[in-house]
Structures are given as C-alpha cells and as structure tokens.
Ligand binder design. Sequence first.
Ligand SMILES: [Zn+2]
Length: 293
Amino acid sequence: MRNLILEIIKQRPLLFDGAMGTMLMKAGQGSLKTPILLNLDEPDLVTDIHRQYYAAGADVVITNTFGGSPLKLVADGLEQQMVELNREAGRLTRQACPDGKFVAGDIGPSGKMLKPLGDVAPEDMLDNFFSQAAVLIASGVDLIIIETMYSLDEALAAVQGARKAGDILVLASMTYTRTKNGFFTVMGENVSQCVAALEEAGADMMGANCTLNSADIIDLTKDLRAATDKPLLIQPNAGKPVTSKGITYYEQTAAEFAADAKKIHAAGADMIGGCCGTTPEFIEAVKGELANS
Ligand SMILES: [Zn+2]
C-alpha cells in the first residue's frame, strides 16, 4: 500500500477529504463535545459522511478519530473505550472505501502539554500515540495522518509512536499561523525547524492543515516545498467561521477554495484536502479544478 500511494503521488495530485465536524454540524450533531462517540452511537451517519467524500472524488478519507488518543479520551472520561472507538472508526471508513481508494487513520493533539510546560513526560506522550496508532493500524488503515499539531515536540512523539506501532506510511501535518515574520506554530517553531525534525523522527510525508484559509496557505505551501522533498499534503480551512442567527458558516465558497487549490498544487502540494468548513462540495470542486490543470 505504501508503494501504491507513493506511485500515485508521482503521477497526479492525491485528493483527501474535507471536514468531519462541519458535516456533523449539518447533520445536527455539531454541538457534540466528543464526536468520536458517534463511531459507536451513530455508525450509519459516520459511514454516510465518509461515502459522500469518496463519491465527491476523495482518494483518501480520514477516520473519525481526531480525539481518540488515550490522554485526550481521559479528559472526556472515555479512556476505557479507546480500543473500541478507534477500531470501529477504522472499520466504518473501510466499509465506505471503494476499491482502489484509501483510508487514513487520524491522530490529533492530546490536549495535554509536555513537561516542563505541562505534566506529561515525553515517554508517556509517545505511549499515548503508540496506543492509538496500534489500534488504527490493526483496524486496517493504509496510512497514519497526524494532524493539527501545534507543538513540534508533541508531533515528534506522535510520529515516533506511530513508527513504533507498525510499518506504515506516516504523515505529519502541523498547523501554522501567519505572522509578519513568516509562518510559525503556536509554540513558536518555524517551517524548516518542524520539517527537519519530523523527517528525522521518521515521518514519510509532511503537511499543513487548519488555521489558515486557502489563500493564505499558498505561501506556506511554497515554504514547505522549499524545506522538504517529501510528499506534501495541504488542507486549509474554508476561511473563518461566521455565526449569524444561530447558523455557523464559513467565509469561503467551494469555487474560491478550488481556485486556490490549483495554486496550492502549483506551489508544490502533492496532496490536497480540506479542513474546517469544507464539505464534499468543496472536494468535488477541487477535483474539477485539478483535472483542468
Ligand atoms: Zn481545521
């Protein structure tokens, strides 16, 4: 599977899915604090969203396991269900996945800080991600995507944990904010620093997601491309959320987002998907634009 994915990337851009949270909001489940529980409580809803993304043209769909690491689940009182929640998520995504397409096991931040800022020891952080990655890999995912990481040290623990859990492609995607001095994580790390350390830790593929909209992420894509030869995944938000009369929507339209996706591809992204605010409509529009490039 590793080679198949890398072969496709050499030939054409690989398309990822859009947001899960935005789709859950549309389905009336947006207020849920723990969307991962839907893997057990509303499996048909989760599978249906995955199916919509594959139908829209996504080659890779991400499991509903963003908050599924043990440390994160402890905060929600769900640690006893860690194995079940992640295993079911892998199964539901695979169920929706057509032949020739792929499933990525999703790993998000732990919500905890490493020592000395927080109280988690490095080896415990590594174990946290190892445990989740091991369940996702056993459930049959084709790759692991570590995403929305705002701390390089935590992302490194996640890459090391996933590496330890199995021989599988590992993608590490950080979230960066734009400053007048360039792009930085919330913890103050810059692009070249992140990429070099993540490569050293064993990440096969690099990425950036969330925080920035599709226009702002074009320059970040150029910086990332200059910093690494590894395959690159870019997943912007659809702008900022706006709430009006109790309804939340995102600033960008699918057409605007897709026009930028073409520029993101030209700037060096091998893989493109969407983060907050994106829906199957966005992914379909991106597919259309990329087909014309
Ligand atoms: Zn996001």
